[in-house]
Design a protein around this ligand. Structure first.
Ligand code: GLC
Ligand code: MG
Length: 538
């Protein structure tokens, strides 16, 4: 049976063959001239997303929110934030996405709500409120201080004293983001109903926010100090998160969530998890009953060298549980843009890496046009993390700037001044210009996606390392007797590829410079600085 019919054979595995594209709704397209992106804007830009060749859109939160953490502080799980539009706009978007063969993934933020959520308003009203135990309330320490030494990811103690009832509540992030108590079965049931609400509407799955945070130590023991703390790093890193995250019971919760998505056909559960490899692997669950895609952020965090990337790939491949499907991420709304991390030349190599590795790739909007981390002037800072922990580079505004569509005043993003600034070079680096340039990074992304989709080895093949010497990273992908070889030059100097794996008469399918297609390799394969190629054997 032809491997290409796998989509049809089992649509429930669409997410394995697919490519995900993350949209940060505030910054994709504004339709109503308020400087903030919205659902009608995304609808308007659907043809562009479709034209990239991706299969699924993941939307960062679109629910009612005071926007203290830009939507990751939800005050109503089953509504639509008015800034973003209405439920009718959402319905129109999901219908149009599906009509265009695109899946739609929502962000589920179950770890915490906004302090404006009705549940928390009730919970904080009195100690005997029926929702009291929906959040995490603790008595002050004997000296009146915080219950333990746990720290907020965004700076300061994770405990907030509440005058009304004389107790502290726990918040892993902002004080305006109280953590739900996932040991309470009513909380679980309530969130599972939220999931069903959206699944009933046809959403194709969830990316679950900070899923490794859901359960905390039952005894609230103090976290140990971090012996590897580096001065100048965010203050929360001074202590480990041994008791505040990644507790064994979290896997029962995730298995329950998975059972909820499995009540529906062909849905996917993605987990946001920043943990060392072996802890990460546990999030696939016993017998793969956990998340289908525990996000693999290794490429976001790595030093950019052939040797370290090869090691990352090999370690990851080795650690994967039997039957578990890999995935790779190059950028998201919390980390500096890839084009700034590795430089604009290597951004093209990074694109080839992402789209030729084994496993589902997730793209971050704007990376396909090489968007940079935008410098944010102090008066333009919006990110609460940067406001709380200023000046050490934790700010996330620079990777959340408006999509650069064209060279007009606000880059085609909005008729008004956008909520975050545009960099001056958007007049050059924008979709319209890059579409007109057959060798642009955007053209490269499109060619890579097209090639991946038509290549059984790239979609489903095994991964075989060949070499990581100097700046060269070479690997083979192979399926059903077909193979392709990927050779990436991670440095600026030209290099001759002498591996016997690339045989005489091989041909170049694609170069990151988009100027060598169908070149036959008669002797040695020469790579220019910052060049990657995909090669087909004779
Ligand atoms: C996740 C989100 C991040 C948010 C945090 C708290 O890490 O990706 O943007 O600030 O959770 O919800
Ligand atoms: Mg708007």
């Amino acid at each position: 049976m032809d491997g290409f019919s796998s989509m049809a054979q089992s649509d429930s595995n669409w997410w394995r063959d697919g490519i995900f594209y993350q949209v940060y709704p505030r910054s994709f397209q504004d339709s109503d001239g308020d400087g903030v992106g919205d659902l009608a804007g995304i609808l308007q830009r659907l043809p562009y997303v479709k034209s990239l060749g991706v299969d699924a859109i993941w939307l960062s939160p679109i629910f009612p929110s005071p926007m203290e953490d830009f939507g990751y502080d939800i005050s109503d799980y089953t509504g639509i934030e008015p800034l973003f539009g209405t439920m009718a706009d959402f319905d129109a978007l999901i219908t149009a996405a599906h009509d265009n063969g695109l899946k739609l993934i929502l962000d589920l933020v179950p770890n915490h709500t906004s302090d404006q959520h009705a549940w928390f308003v009730e919970s904080r009203a009195s100690r005997d409120n029926p929702k009291r135990d929906w959040y995490i309330w603790r008595d002050p320490a004997p000296d009146g201080g915080v219950p333990n030494n746990w720290l907020s990811e965004f700076g300061g103690s994770a405990w907030q004293f509440d005058e009304t009832t004389g107790q502290y509540y726990y918040h892993a992030f902002l004080a305006q983001q109280p953590d739900l108590n996932w040991r309470n079965p009513d909380v679980r049931a309530a969130i599972y109903d939220v999931m069903r609400f959206w699944l009933d509407k046809g959403v194709d799955g969830f990316r679950v926010d900070v899923i490794w945070h859901l359960i905390k130590d039952a005894e609230f023991r103090d976290n140990p100090p971090n012996p590897h703390y580096v001065e100048g790093r965010p203050p929360n890193e001074r202590i480990m998160t041994q008791y505040s995250t990644d507790q064994p019971e979290v896997h029962d919760v995730i298995a329950e969530m998975r059972r909820v998505t499995d009540e529906f056909e062909a849905r996917v559960l993605i987990g946001e998890i920043y943990l060392p490899l072996h802890r990460l692997m546990a999030y696939y669950g016993n017998d793969l009953t956990g998340a289908q895609m525990p996000f693999n952020f290794a490429l976001l965090l790595t030093f950019w060298s052939a040797r370290s990337i090869e090691t990352i790939i090999e370690d990851y491949e080795k650690a994967l549980p039997r039957g578990a499907w890999p995935n790779w991420v190059l950028g998201n709304h919390d980390r500096p843009r890839v084009a700034s991390r590795v430089g604009p030349e290597q951004a093209r190599v990074a694109a080839m890496l992402l789209l030729t590795l084994r496993g589902t790739p997730t793209l971050y909007y704007g990376d396909e046009i090489g968007m940079h981390q935008v410098a944010i002037a102090p008066e333009d800072v919006r990110d609460p993390f940067e406001k709380n922990v200023p000046g050490i580079g934790v700010g996330r505004d620079g990777c959340r700037t408006p999509m650069q569509w064209d060279a007009t005043e606000f880059a085609g993003f909005s008729a008004a001044r956008p909520w975050l600034p545009l960099p001056a070079h958007y007049v050059r680096d924008n979709v319209v210009n890059l579409e007109a340039d057959a060798r642009s990074i955007l053209s490269l992304y499109r060619r890579l996606i097209t090639l991946r989709k038509s290549s059984r080895p790239l979609v489903a093949g095994d991964y075989h390392p060949i070499a990581a010497q100097g700046d060269l990273l070479i690997y083979r992908r192979e399926a059903e007797g077909q193979a392709v070889i990927v050779a990436l030059n991670l440095g600026p100097d030209p290099v001759a590829v002498t591996t016997s794996a690339i045989r005489f008469g091989s041909s170049i399918l694609l170069s990151t410079f988009l100027d060598r297609e169908d070149e036959r390799i008669e002797g040695v394969l020469d790579l220019r600085g910052n060049e990657g190629v995909i090669v087909a054997p004779p």
